[in-house]
Design a protein around this ligand. Structure first.
Ligand SMILES: Cc1cc2nc3c(=O)[nH]c(=O)nc-3n(C[C@H](O)[C@H](O)[C@H](O)COP(=O)(O)OP(=O)(O)OC[C@H]3O[C@@H](n4cnc5c(N)ncnc54)[C@H](O)[C@@H]3O)c2cc1C
Length: 450
């Protein structure tokens, strides 16, 4: 049995790994470079005049319920009664003619019912005909990984990809749908495609077989409350949690640990393993990232006619706008408001567009507000604004990502006799449930399949 597990990185992956290590009876140390734990997860106040303290997520505000690892961990931590579902789940899409509904009965935007897609008005008649033609286009199952965009363009045409699938799937990890790996980033589409035959039909069959239930869950105290609960309970159970303790490559060789779990961003991990496994380090360094900024705006509630039936809207890349998505925060999560304020969260930045990086916060807020006016007519003055910058926050899973991950871990296993395992969003899935699974699996030594 492993005795001392040392974890590098105190984001959700590292904390989940620590939780599993304690569950297995091991001694645990977590080294976190920053002053706080949670990494890309943070729930913090948005300042507004007066006594109100509006606690709003700076990044992730929900996690998939279909992948059960986050729900299970919440239950284990005693947070079950804090779980909540978005009050509204349906989003819209920005078009030159105004906002239109995202199609119902679709999987990541791929329609299982073309009439439902047609009713949104998002596609031209020619675009719809192209989608309808999918059933008659003979396409065998993919024999190797491909990019999501080209794969779907071939089957459904460009309009569906550029106006519907791209804004959603590209938005999940700020990626470029024409580079993203089908197998690593859209496993549900890949699994349906591997059945062969028309993709929309096999997605429809799979959807019909999926038990009903919420798609997403959040936490009333914000996703940051998952981090706080983990930190509290890990500390109480004897875990040695060390914030402000960045490890460098020179530290790795000298660490006295039976198992070392690295949950750091790929570039950091590459540097950490450079001396012990140059091949793994080189492969890790090849993983690209994208940066995003999330601007949270707190408006006087009476300032706008807030939609009550939409969770927000996506902005296709082809629009050239600064804005990539808007969430009607307090419509989606009623507990975010304080009665007198409404919360809006707006995203900017994606692979190939990091304009915000060189702008100061005021300039980012101005650019976001200009796009809000253009896309939904919101001109009111906010009472409070906050810009949360996530530089290199999203790792990009390009075609061949799953093979790359296997190769990296195999090289490390050979070079370190299995003493170092990798986990986290840089490799095994960006969603919180995938990170939790990856952290726990790294300790158990099992597979960490996205
Ligand atoms: C804006 C945004 C919105 C998101 N929304 C959602 C969502 O709604 N739902 C969802 O499921 N997911 C969402 N995600 C993704 C999810 O939040 C992340 O993928 C996940 O939190 C990553 O966790 P991690 O522990 O793997 O990595 P990180 O959180 O990046 O943790 C890595 C940690 O390593 C530390 N570190 C770095 N270098 C060193 C070093 N040398 N020594 C020690 N420590 C070091 C870092 O400080 C950091 O704390 C979102 C992400 C972003 C950026």
């Amino acid at each position: 049995m492993t005795d001392h597990v040392v974890i590098v990185g105190g984001g959700i992956t590292g904390l989940a790994a620590a939780w599993e290590a304690l569950e297995q009876g091991h001694r645990v140390t977590v080294h976190e470079a920053g002053p706080r734990f949670g990494g890309l997860i943070s729930t913090a106040p948005v300042d507004v005049p007066g006594p109100a303290r509006l606690m709003v997520d700076e990044g992730a505000d929900a996690f998939l319920a279909r992948v059960p690892d986050a729900l299970e961990l919440c239950e284990q931590l005693g947070l079950g009664d804090q779980l909540c579902e978005p009050a509204v789940g349906r989003a819209m899409v920005h078009t030159a003619d105004g906002l239109r509904w995202f199609p119902e009965r679709s999987v990541l935007g791929v329609p299982t019912d073309v009439d439902a897609l047609a009713s949104t008005g998002l596609l031209s008649e020619a675009g719809l005909d192209r989608v309808r033609a999918e059933a008659s286009i003979s396409q065998g199952p993919p024999t190797a990984d491909v990019a999501v965009g080209p794969f779907l363009r071939e089957r459904f045409g460009d309009e569906l990809v550029d106006r519907v699938v791209g804004p959603l799937v590209g938005g999940i990890s700020a990626g470029d749908i024409d580079q993203m790996s089908l197998f690593a980033t859209t496993p549900q589409i890949a699994a349906a495609a591997l059945e062969g035959g028309p993709l929309s039909e096999s997605l429809a069959r799979r959807t019909a077989a999926t038990p009903p239930g919420p798609v997403f869950n959040g936490l009333r105290g914000g996703t940051g409350s998952l981090v706080s609960a983990l930190v509290d309970q890990l500390t109480r159970r004897g875990g040695d949690l060390r914030p402000g303790s960045a490890l460098g490559r020179e530290d790795i060789g000298g660490l006295r640990a039976d198992l070392l779990v690295l949950t750091t961003p790929a570039a950091v991990t590459s540097s950490l393993v450079a001396q012990v496994s140059p091949a793994a380090a080189e492969a890790l360094a090849s993983i690209e990232t994208a940066s995003v900024a999330l601007t949270t705006l707190a408006y006087p509630r009476a300032a706008f006619d807030w939609p009550s039936d939409a969770s927000g809207y996506l902005v296709p890349r082809s629009s050239g706008l600064f804005l990539t998505a808007v969430s009607w925060g307090s419509t989606k999560w009623p507990h975010w408001g304080d009665g007198s304020h409404a919360i809006v969260r707006a995203s900017t930045g994606h692979r190939g567009d990091d304009r915000f990086v060189s702008m100061d916060d005021d300039a980012v807020v101005d650019a976001i507000r200009a796009d809000l006016e253009l896309t939904c007519g919101l001109v009111a003055e906010p009472d409070g604004a906050r810009v949360s910058r996530w530089i290199d926050g999203f790792h990009q899973y390009d075609v061949g990502h799953l093979d790359l991950v296997q190769r990296i871990q195999r090289d490390l296993d050979v070079d370190t006799a299995g003493r170092i395992r990798l986990a986290g969003a840089s490799l095994h899935g960006v969603g919180i449930p995938a990170c939790i699974r990856s952290g726990r699996s790294a300790v158990l030594g099992g597979p960490t399949v996205p």
